[in-house]
Design a protein around this ligand. Sequence first.
Ligand code: DQA
Length: 154
Amino acid sequence: MSAGADGGTSRRVLVLNGPNLGRLGSREPDVYGTTSYAGLVKACAELGAELGFDVEVRETNDEGELISWLHEAADGRLPVVLNPGAFTHYSYGMRDAAAQRTAPLIEVHLSNPHAREEFRHLSVVAAVATGTVAGFGIGSYRLALRALADELGG
Ligand code: DQA
C-alpha cells in the first residue's frame, strides 16, 4: 500500500488540517495549546526533514477542498497525516475520501476527543485510518510522522 507510482515509497507527505486549525495559538489555547499554526507547520517540516520526508502542511475550512486533497493523496499514493477538526465527527464525505487512500493515513488530534464532550467521542474517519494519535498537542503530529516513518520504512 505504501509503494509510490514508480514502485518506490513516496517520501512526500501531506499534513492536512480541517476547520479552525489555522487559528491555532489564539483558538482556545487552554484546549489546543499556544503554538501557532505557523509553529505547527515549522515543527512538521523540521521533524519531516529529519525523517527524510518532504512534508507539505495545509489547512482549510472547506470540506470540499479537504476532500479534493484526499483524492490528490489517493491518486499520488501519498501518505497523509489528517486532523479533520470537527469534520471528524460527522463528515461522511471526508470519510469516504479517506477510505480511498493508497498509502498510510494517520488521524491526529491535538486534544483527546474522548475526554471531551460526547459529540467528539465518535470519529467517522477512525475506521478507515491506519491509526489515530490524540491528546499530545502538536506532539500528536510528531508521533504521527514517526508512525509513518515506521510504516513506510527507510
Ligand atoms: C480536534 C478535535 C475536534 O473535536 C475539534 O473539532 C477540532 C480539533 C483536535 O485536534 O483536538 O477542531 O480535531
